[in-house]
Design a protein around this ligand. Structure first.
Ligand SMILES: NC(=O)C1=CN([C@@H]2O[C@H](COP(=O)(O)OP(=O)(O)OC[C@H]3O[C@@H](n4cnc5c(N)ncnc54)[C@H](O)[C@@H]3O)[C@@H](O)[C@H]2O)C=CC1
Ligand SMILES: CC(C)CC(=O)C(=O)O
Ligand SMILES: [Mg+2]
Length: 359
């Protein structure tokens, strides 16, 4: 058996534990089929950690993640904690873990499975050939800038500050150029440089380093236009690099090209091989506890973990092949089913994929 990899599993809230259970079955099956060794340890995180430990990100959970080779995360949040103070919000734990682990780069691939074209709200001919990656800056920008409430001339005011420095922009943009080099060699840098100073710094930085990547075709796209072009000509995008909030919003939009946000996986990376892997979706309180969530985003996040952190390309391919095989055979969870009456549940979808994993 290859050396045992330590994986910290933090399932979180809502559908988090439901989709993580299926991803863990996939881990186990790849152990059996490929002989890789995994040691998983669970940590409390998000709303459940607030309830049990009084904080969304307990120190022991952070320590568990730091000791691990990779982290598998479900999702956090829910109405129960929506009116809590900032420190006691599950989402604060999510931002905190990304920052504490130095995960500045969030990679979100949106790949269309041919057999799911009818599940998208877009016409199949618009989707034809769509295969893009959103590279989202993850530890800067308005989500992390100073926030305050104050009394203004017209009553209470709220302030969110957006800050980016050159180093933060340069490291994510270089990574995006490198990723583009391994693909169709096209990079769209998305900003709002006609209005925002942080975006002007972003664009200047992109233009300064672009000559280092003469083989990559660069376009600058304003974020409002990008939101529109993603629906108009999605197949023309290859790699999209953008700041934290724009990337958050555009990747949810890109998810709908694939048919459902339940399909979109993500990797959050820093300088080394260590990574945190999670679905792009949230805790989906509207369907939590019903056993109907689509586990594919989380299962494909395991494939990303194998490829990007462990270099287990054979197992990553086997998982992706298994997902395709199951979808090609017509199996659908409710979010991607055209005929909802034939939809299967989370566990059934997980079992089908596990059974389809082979060398
Ligand atoms: N990474 C994380 O942990 C994230 C957490 N959140 C949190 O999640 C909570 C809910 O946020 P929403 O805005 O509702 O976004 P959401 O992504 O949880 O749900 C949006 C819609 O997509 C559906 N959906 C999401 N994942 C699905 C899946 N796997 N299978 C089938 N349908 C799925 C939901 O049922 C819902 O209708 C909030 O507390 C939010 O802060 C939101 C986004 C990311
Ligand atoms: C707390 C939010 C930033 C979570 C989210 O929407 C995301 O990371 O996609
Ligand atoms: Mg989001």
């Amino acid at each position: 058996m290859a050396d045992v990899k330590k994986i910290a599993v933090i399932a979180g809230d809502g559908i988090g534990p439901e989709v993580i259970a299926e991803a863990e079955k996939v881990l186990k099956k790849t152990e059996e089929v490929f002989g890789y060794g995994f040691e998983t340890e669970h940590g409390l995180f998000g709303g459940i950690a607030i309830d049990e430990k009084g904080t969304p990100l307990p120190q022991e959970t952070l320590d568990l993640c730091k000791k691990a080779d990779a982290v598998l995360l479900g999702a956090v949040g829910g109405p129960k904690w929506d009116n809590n103070s900032k420190e006691l919000r599950p989402e604060t734990g999510l931002l905190g873990i990304r920052k504490a682990l130095g995960l500045f780069s969030n990679i979100r691939p949106a790949v269309i499975f041919d057999c799911l074209k009818d599940a998208s709200t877009l016409k199949p001919e618009v989707l034809e050939g769509t295969d893009l990656i959103v590279v989202r800056e993850l530890t800067g920008g308005i989500y992390f800038g100073e926030k305050l409430r104050r009394e203004g001339a017209h009553g209470e005011e709220a302030v969110d500050t957006c800050v980016y420095n050159v180093q933060e922009v340069e490291r994510i943009v270089r990574q995006a150029f490198e990723i583009a080099r391994t693909r169709r060699k096209k990079l769209a840098s998305v900003d709002k440089a006609n209005v925002l100073e942080t975006s002007r710094l972003w664009r200047e930085t992109v233009n300064r380093i672009a000559p280092d990547y003469p083989d990559v075709e660069l376009e600058h796209v304003l974020v409002d236009n990008c939101a529109m072009q993603l629906l108009r000509r999605p197949s023309s995008f290859d790699v999209i690099v953008t700041e934290n909030m724009f990337g958050d919003i555009l990747s949810d939009e890109a998810a709908m090209l694939t048919g459902s946000i339940g399909m979109l996986s993500s990797a959050s990376l820093g300088e080394g091989a260590f990574g945190l892997y999670e679905p792009v979706h949230g805790s989906a309180p509207d369907i939590a506890g019903q056993g109907v969530a689509n586990p594919i985003a989380t299962i494909l996040s395991v494939a990303l973990m194998f490829r990007l952190t462990f270099g287990y390309h054979d197992a990553a391919e086997a998982i992706e092949r298994a997902v395709k095989e199951v979808l090609d055979a017509g199996h659908r969870t409710g979010d991607i089913a055209v005929d909802k009456s034939k939809a299967i549940g989370t566990t059934a979808m997980g079992d089908l994929i596990v059974n389809a994993i082979r060398k």
